[in-house]
Design a protein around this ligand. Structure first.
Ligand SMILES: [Zn+2]
Length: 399
């Protein structure tokens, strides 16, 4: 049996007035996703349990069969795993975004999708300038950097993901609680240091959002997750993704990570290369997960045209080739689902249960309708505990 999972991150949405009351997923031309839904079944799964912030860390962990209530310790520890950063059980990890702020308001959680080279320079200069004992900065992909703390300070802080507070006052959401003073100090110092930085001067000249400061959030200790093979009995797993968060989940689950040239988290990504690689990995692995971040980023920018284009590109270049490849195996199953909705109207992650479509061996066709949020919601297949979806998928739609 070969299993494939394709995640168009944040593709689900609400009906939009500018689309005549349709969602981007409904408007997008997606013959392959529709085929999965028509030949198989669709339904909804609550991948963000109550009390959790909606995000790919929680939602992807959940859809992979790990209950976030048990295993989620924060977003940053997952990304630390991706970077193979060794963590003692008492160490803390924080996500350290480069963001764009203006007049005390959060403008862009990604600092205009800043380049790796620019991000590295800014983060390294901040680290040198602060020279704080116990704190180590690690640069990642674009605006996604990490701050590790190995020391005796105990944190009990509330923080806020910057992509959840577009156009909101920073003062309302800066870290608060025990140990937060040092975090605020780091953020304040970055703002001073970056204010007149030459990298930002050039970015402003080129009409790109500058990196005005770092924003700390997503903190936690290292999680302790059982291997996927031990939990589900499916042996060899492979993850293909452009983001560290999912690479980290792969490492913690005992899966390999396959890199693809030109794969990014934006619409400029190499969709075709990712589709080819996903199909090819099915020869070597029992389960392959292919994750595309682009629809999520387009939603955060409220860019509805790019969102639709990215969904269409995933359908054509990833779902299509993977579906074709799967059919060369005697037994196979495919699951397509956004990890969570990301809403154009709010530019934030949504909390509605996500819509999934699955097809393949022993998956009976139930509802003959194309893939969409509305059609999935009209199905009586509603998985309230999202972490039960994986078992359901692996067993071919039999609980
Ligand atoms: Zn997002």
């Amino acid at each position: 049996m070969k299993y494939a999972i394709i995640i168009p991150d944040g593709a689900a949405d609400d009906p939009l007035p500018q689309l005549g009351g349709k969602t981007p997923l409904e408007v997008a031309h997606t013959p392959n996703m529709d085929r999965v839904a028509l030949e198989g079944r669709q339904g909804t799964a609550r991948t963000v349990p109550e009390g959790f912030e909606s995000g790919s860390d929680v939602a992807t962990m959940c859809l992979l069969g790990y209950d976030p209530k048990v295993f989620h310790t924060g977003r940053a520890p997952l990304e630390a795993a991706a970077q193979q950063i060794p963590l003692a059980p008492t160490d803390w990890v924080f996500r350290c975004n480069l963001v764009t702020t203006a007049d005390g308001v959060m403008k862009d959680h990604s600092a205009g999708g800043i380049s790796n080279a620019e991000a590295q320079k800014l983060i390294n200069e901040l680290a040198r300038d602060l020279d704080l004992p116990g704190f180590e900065f690690y640069t990642g992909v674009s605006y996604r950097n990490l701050l590790v703390y190995r020391g005796s300070e105990q944190f009990d802080v509330s923080t806020k993901p910057p992509h959840e507070i577009p156009e909101e006052q920073l003062s309302k959401w800066v870290p608060r609680g025990k140990g937060s003073e040092i975090l605020r100090k780091i953020m304040d110092r970055s703002r001073e240091l970056y204010a007149k930085h030459e990298i930002n001067e050039v970015r402003r000249d080129n009409n790109l959002n500058p990196a005005t400061q770092v924003w700390l959030w997503g903190q936690g200790h290292a999680p302790n997750m059982p291997k996927f093979a031990d939990k589900f009995g499916v042996q060899r797993g492979c993850m293909i993704t452009g983001v560290d968060l999912l690479r980290g989940l792969a490492v913690l689950m005992g899966w390999d990570v396959k890199e693809v040239d030109g794969m990014t988290s934006f619409h400029d990504t190499n969709y075709a290369g990712q589709g080819e690689a996903t199909a090819a990995m099915l020869d070597q692995y029992d389960i392959v997960l292919s994750h595309v971040e682009a629809p999520d980023e387009a939603s955060h920018q409220a860019d509805v045209r790019t969102k639709i284009a990215s969904i269409e590109a995933i359908d054509k270049h990833v779902v299509g080739p993977v579906l074709k490849k799967l059919q060369t195996f005697p037994e196979w199953r495919l699951l397509v689902l956004p990890d969570h909705p990301t809403n154009i109207a709010t530019r934030k992650h949504g909390y509605a249960p996500t819509c999934f479509a699955m097809a393949g061996t022993r998956v009976r066709s139930v509802l003959q309708k194309p893939y969409s949020e509305k059609n999935a919601a009209s199905s009586d297949l509603r998985i309230e505990n999202g972490h039960e979806l994986m078992e359901y998928f692996l067993r071919g739609g039999n609980m």
